[in-house]
Structure formats: structure tokens, C-alpha cells
Design a protein around this ligand. Structure first.
Ligand code: ZN
Length: 464
């Protein structure tokens, strides 16, 4: 098998990937907290995971990929002192927490689909796995790694010697966040200790999501779900765990601590982290108005896959600055790619051996997608190669890049698009323009564009 090297956050170095079980990979990705819209920062991260997964598949591994849906217990400060994100989201939109979770889970799925991100093998809700979490906490309690206060059950970080190893911070350096809205449990022993189970008391007395447990009714802390769900689906030690760099200092340290104390051995071999996305040089936030969703992209007439193309041009471990100018540039380049590709001759030709070798070496070099894209242009402009071979080779590249080239083969819309088109015709006949516009938008999310004439609608592939 060809060699893949990844940068492992844990060892702070490049390491050759060797799976625990030959030919198979167990991979866990911290998933979305479904209390608000998926934005372009999330999109970059999950496209990064998608490339990782597609690369492993391309190299012949069978990937078992688990992603959780956090629909309970994630507080706004990522620790134990903020507000509950779900309950806050529900209040804001006047819905129940369950409705909020469902709505934003669907929004996440719709976004991923528009970007051609493959669905995980198991895409699972935290609230469907509460029993497993309670059992996990009980087990930690029996082994003496927890303590109880009137408000919560905590994990005692001083009992885990390696605490802080992933982020390289010493446990003594962990200070309590000083913020006015922070609610501190005065019985918490150490600032780094974290909640495994919140009791439904004090500020959480009216918490709507609640489950019975031996510590009284309440709800799990955020961190425990990933350990419990990872172990349930993938076993006690897994090959790869992914997340954003922001997960390293708290969430992933906590996952390691509780997991390794529970089992007595290593939780994860490779920790892979995606870097931040800034927007116009600033941190994304709604108040700054630079928080963009897939609908914003489509409303500007941009094919979601042009956004994917833009993200692939930066290495996943580098911070990236998003601007609409750069997206325009990516859109032009994507358009050029589609044009060149559409003019390549179809045949039974095989991909070029030399280019495929270089393609694999770039991917095996910690997923060098900018390198792969440069290689793709080199290939397309290589005068020595026949058109047919170019086509076959670039289609191989696209198995990992996911730019939808295989769908360009025939300009025939999939059934899903044709069904929507029919629905839209009915809306148009009854002069329901709002619905007709909504359907046009849905079709755009699938990569197709509707052109209206007086009494007909025509469809063509969404071209930038
Ligand atoms: Zn997680």
C-alpha cells in the first residue's frame, strides 16, 4: 500500500499512517452543535474531513466514520460555566430544543450535500446515547476519577498525569476564565476539572432536556458524548480523531483524560486538526455581519462547488482568510476547469501512471490539496498527453477532490432535480412566485440553474 503521512497533533510531527486493523480505518469526527446555521467556517472543516476520508478510501482502506450531532449539553464557553447552546437557541427562535436540533441538523445535512461531502457511516445524535454516557460516568466514578458537588459530577483532572499533553499546556496554567457572566461552582476543586453530568439544579433548574440518573435527573456535559459514542461504535482505541484546532485545549484534552482513565490505554492514534477560517480578516460573527451560510453563497449566484474548490487551495493546517474576491477567483478557475474538462475526449483510456503516482504522493504528504490542484493544472496543460488520458486521470483526481466532474459527463439532471422542476412548474402555473423562487434556490443547491422563458423552464448545469 502507498504511504500516507499525517501531521499528528499528539506527537507534533509527521507520522506514517498505519491502521490498527489492516485495511481498515476507524475515524471519529466531532460533529456540529445544532443550535444555529452551519456557516462557511464549518464548511471548510468538514470539507477537510471529507478529503481525508476520500484519500483513505482512494488508498484502499475501508473507512468506518462516526460523527456525532451535539444536541445537548454544549455550553457557550466550551467549558462548564456558560449557557446551554441548545436552550439558548430555542429561546431565541421561540421553538422547543428538539425542534431547534432537528431544524439545524437538516440545515447541516443540506449544506454538506451541496458541497458533495460524503455522509458518515454513522451520523448519530448525542440524545440517542444518554444511557451509554451515564454508564461511562458510572464506570469513571467506580474507578475513583470523579467527585460530586451539589451541582454536578466532575472529572478530577489531577488524577490523570498526562492531562494537557495534547495541547502542551501544564495543568497549573489552567486558570478559571474571568468573565462576569460566568457561573462558578465553588465546590469545583480545580479549574481544569470538567463536568460529566449536570444536575438539574440552580441555573439549570428549568432545563428542558433531562434524563434520570443515579445522581438525580439532569443532562450530560459536552465532552463525555464523544468518548462514549466513539467507543460504542469504533472500540476503545481508534485510528483517527478529527476536529478544529479550537477543540485541542479543552474538548480533546478532556476526551483523552476520561477515555484513557476509563480503559487504561490509548484512546486515539492520530489526532488531526483543521485550522481556522477568518472572514475578511476577522473572526466570523453574526454581529459583524460576516457569518455566511450556503444559502448566502447560492444567492450570490455562486456554485457551492466553487467554494469547495477555494477551500482545497489552502492546506487544512493553515489558517485561511475568506474574501468574496478570493471566492470570485476560485469561481473563475472552477469555470475554466469545467470548460477544459468538458472538451476532453471520452474513451476507455486509462489514467496516466506517472501523474497518478504524483497525485498519491501529494495526498500522502499530509493531504497536500494545493499541490494536487497545481498538479491538475499541469496535467491539463501537458501537451504530451492525449485528451482521453487527461480525462481519465483528472477523473481519478476528482475521486478525492470531489469537484463534481463525474457528474459533468452527461448533461442530464438527476431525478431529484427533475422532480423539483416539475413541482416548480405547478407553482408557476398557479402563479405562486414565492414557492417557485424557493424551488429555484433548492435546485441551485444541487448544482443546477433554471432559465425561464414565457411558458417553459430550461435547466442547465450551474456554471459560474
Ligand atoms: Zn468531540
Amino acid at each position: 500500500m502507498d504511504v500516507i503521512k499525517f501531521w499528528n497533533t499528539k506527537t507534533r510531527g509527521y507520522e506514517k499512517f498505519v491502521p490498527i486493523k489492516e485495511g481498515r480505518v476507524s475515524m471519529y469526527s466531532c460533529g456540529p452543535t445544532v443550535y444555529d446555521f452551519t456557516h462557511i467556517g464549518h464548511m471548510r472543516r468538514y470539507i477537510g474531513d471529507d478529503v481525508l476520508k476520500r484519500t483513505l478510501g482512494y488508498f484502499g482502506y475501508e473507512v468506518n466514520h462516526v460523527m456525532n450531532i451535539t444536541d445537548v449539553g454544549h455550553l457557550s464557553d466550551d467549558g462548564d460555566e456558560g449557557e446551554d447552546k441548545m436552550e439558548k437557541g430555542a429561546l431565541k427562535y421561540g421553538k422547543t430544543v428538539w425542534e431547534v436540533a432537528e431544524f439545524y441538523t437538516e440545515y447541516f445535512e443540506k449544506t454538506m450535500k451541496a458541497l458533495d461531502v460524503l455522509t458518515p457511516t454513522h451520523f448519530i445524535k448525542a440524545t440517542d446515547h444518554i444511557d451509554g454516557m451515564i454508564a461511562f460516568v458510572k464506570h469513571l466514578e467506580e474507578k475513583g476519577f470523579t467527585y460530586e458537588t451539589p451541582q454536578a459530577i466532575y472529572f478530577d483532572t489531577t488524577k490523570f498525569k498526562e492531562y494537557g499533553a495534547l495541547s502542551g499546556q501544564k495543568i497549573e496554567d489552567k486558570k478559571q476564565a474571568v468573565r462576569e457572566d460566568v457561573v462558578v461552582d465553588k465546590n469545583k476543586k480545580h479549574p481544569a476539572d470538567f463536568v460529566l453530568w449536570f444536575k438539574r439544579v440552580g441555573r439549570f433548574a428549568h432545563h428542558t432536556m433531562r434524563w434520570e440518573s443515579k445522581w438525580g435527573d439532569g443532562f450530560p456535559g459536552w465532552h463525555i458524548e464523544c468518548s462514549a459514542m466513539s467507543m460504542e461504535y469504533l472500540g476503545e482505541t481508534i485510528d483517527i480523531h478529527t476536529g478544529g484546532v479550537d477543540h485541542i485545549p479543552v474538548h480533546h484534552e478532556n476526551e483523552i483524560a476520561q477515555s484513557e482513565c476509563a480503559t487504561g490505554h490509548e484512546f486515539v492514534h492520530f489526532w488531526i486538526h483543521h485550522n481556522f477560517l477568518q472572514v475578511e480578516g476577522e473572526k466570523m460573527s453574526k454581529s459583524k455581519g460576516n457569518y455566511y451560510t450556503i444559502d448566502d453563497i447560492v444567492e450570490k449566484g455562486i456554485n457551492p462547488l466553487a467554494l469547495r474548490f477555494l477551500f482545497l487551495q489552502a492546506h487544512y493546517r493553515k489558517a485561511m482568510n475568506f474574501t468574496f474576491e478570493s471566492l470570485k477567483g476560485a469561481e473563475n478557475a472552477y469555470d475554466r476547469l469545467i470548460d477544459i474538462f468538458s472538451n476532453l475526449k471520452e474513451s476507455e483510456a486509462k489514467a496516466d501512471f506517472d501523474y497518478i503516482g504524483r497525485f498519491k504522493r501529494a495526498l500522502g504528504d499530509d493531504l497536500d490539496t494545493p499541490g494536487v490542484i497545481a498538479l491538475m493544472w499541469e496535467l491539463l496543460h501537458d501537451m504530451r498527453l492525449d485528451s482521453e488520458i487527461k480525462r481519465a486521470t483528472v477523473l481519478e483526481f476528482d475521486k478525492v477532490l470531489g469537484l463534481g466532474l463525474d457528474k459533468i459527463e452527461k448533461d442530464i439532471a438527476p431525478k431529484e432535480v427533475l422532480d423539483l422542476l416539475e413541482k416548480r412548474q405547478i407553482a408557476r402555473n398557479s402563479k405562486n412566485w414565492q414557492e417557485s423562487d424557493e424551488i429555484r434556490h433548492q435546485i441551485a443547491l444541487l448544482g443546477w440553474e433554471v432559465l425561464d422563458s414565457k411558458d417553459d423552464q430550461k435547466i442547465s448545469r450551474f456554471r459560474p
